[in-house]
Design a protein around this ligand. Structure first.
Ligand code: GUN
Ligand code: ZN
Length: 431
């Protein structure tokens, strides 16, 4: 059944860059998004498209609102939902004090199911329709998030975490069990509906050489699954990696050595790396998840977007909850703006939108499916309300361009500014 949605319609066709190239954006002030069978038929100006629309096509009108593509979170941990905003530590102590105890509770399957549902409801409330997600070491924690995503018709990539050293005993698997369990999960979930599997070694410090070898073996057997891990987030972490892997040129080189750097490899953070790493990552098709709220909250460092894009690395935004402090990609984009501002780099609102939509889709190799409103893409979208809070209402009223209005929404946003979220053309099921 064909349906139409009328509001301002805004999406990216390419990376607008630091100076906000207008050709990278398509904007229809009075726009129409036409959808059929969960896919985009067309986006355009209402005046052009309305006359061609058959009489029986229903039109949902959202006056004063802006329709943008569904947001894509390139890095997030669903088991850390309940430890968001935990005080006072940098990465390695934060893991010990907060993340590992929270993840140990996922030995209980009922707990995993409950958190998976709550987590996806929160994503949808914030306008996030696709995500790349860490589960825990427990196989059933991956089953829980896939089951919850399937129920909601969401596009989601996730994986069971691989970790067999330098962490609490109750959270350890083995090279053999992690290989077998990941393989079983790939067979169960990868390519089912809108779901995809990510081989998910936590980071270099919690996997033995044998486990990294097993992960690389799996990656070579399944070239179209994702690889998802952390890279060069924290200085103490980077120093420890250099101690544990003295033969590697860099932290990235550790993953590369084990066959874990390739297309569909996504590395969260990428803060403490050099241009050789960046060129290598770009050449091999790896992508970076830029997680500004986490990088500030854990005191990790500042992401160098200009250097990453100059090297042609694919980059998308990630919330990294629970290290990150929000599931909202709008709020994440506002912190990205500040992180870049501190480094004399610009982040126009159009580029922030790109990093949360099309850029993220490119980072995940999903840009043939989601990320903008090109005909044939999946109709995941968000209806933004610039007037949801009294302050964003006052600010948007005096905005004279869509760039200015979008910037103000991004800086001031919270989940109130997300008036509705649609998944494959239907209102998101928050259950
Ligand atoms: N590095 C290894 N594990 C984690 C994690 O859970 N969160 C973050 N932010 N970094 C990590
Ligand atoms: Zn993370």
């Amino acid at each position: 059944m064909r349906k139409a949605f009328r509001a301002a319609v805004l999406h990216c066709l390419a990376d607008p860059g630091e100076s906000s190239a207008s050709s990278a954006l398509e904007y229809f002030e009075d726009g129409l998004l036409i959808v059929e069978n969960g896919l985009v038929v067309e986006a355009g100006a209402a005046t052009a498209l309305l006359p061609q629309l058959a009489d029986d096509v229903s039109i949902a009108e959202f006056p004063g609102k802006i329709i943008v593509p569904g947001f894509i979170d390139c890095h997030v941990h669903y088991p850390q939902l309940d430890i968001i905003a935990s005080y006072g530590e940098q990465l390695l102590d934060w893991l010990k004090r907060y993340a590992y105890p929270a993840e140990a509770r996922f030995a209980d399957e009922g707990h995993a199911n409950e958190v998976a549902d709550a987590f996806l409801n929160e994503l949808l409330r914030n306008g996030t329709t696709t995500a790349l997600v860490f589960a825990t070491v427990h196989t059933h924690s991956a089953d829980a998030i896939f089951t919850a995503a399937e129920l909601r018709g969401m596009r989601l990539i996730a994986g069971k975490v691989l970790m067999d050293s330098n962490c609490p005993d109750e959270l350890q698997d083995t090279p053999e069990s992690s290989y077998a369990d990941s393989k079983a999960l790939i067979k169960r979930w990868h390519g089912k509906d809108r779901l995809g599997y990510a081989i998910t070694p936590r980071f270099a410090l919690t996997s033995s050489a044998e486990q990294l070898t097993a992960a690389g073996q799996l990656a070579s057997e399944y070239p179209d699954v994702w690889v998802h891990t952390h890279l060069a987030e924290n200085k103490a972490e980077v120093e420890e990696v250099a101690r544990q892997f003295p033969k590697s040129r860099s932290y990235l080189d550790v993953y590369d050595h084990y066959g874990l750097l390739r297309e569909r490899s996504v590395f969260a953070h990428c803060l403490h790396m050099d241009d050789t790493d960046r060129s290598c990552m770009a050449a091999k098709g790896g992508a970076a998840a830029f997680c500004p709220t986490s990088n500030l909250f854990l005191g990790s460092g500042l992401f160098d977007l200009r250097a990453m894009r100059a090297a042609s690395v694919r980059v998308g935004l990630g919330t990294d909850v629970g290290g990150g402090t929000t599931l909202s990609l709008l709020r994440t984009a506002s912190e990205a703006y500040k992180v870049l501002h501190l480094q004399d780099q610009a982040l126009p609102a159009s580029r922030a939108l790109y990093l949360a939509t099309l850029g993220a889709a490119e980072a995940l190799y999903l840009d043939d499916k989601v990320g903008n409103f090109e005909p044939g893409k999946e109709a995941d979208f968000v209806v933004l309300d610039p007037a949801a809070s009294s302050i964003s209402n006052r600010r948007s009223r005096i905005a004279t361009s869509i760039e200015e209005s979008l910037f103000a929404i991004t800086m001031l946003a919270d989940d109130r500014n997300v008036a509705a979220t649609y998944v494959a053309g239907k209102p998101a099921a928050i259950k």
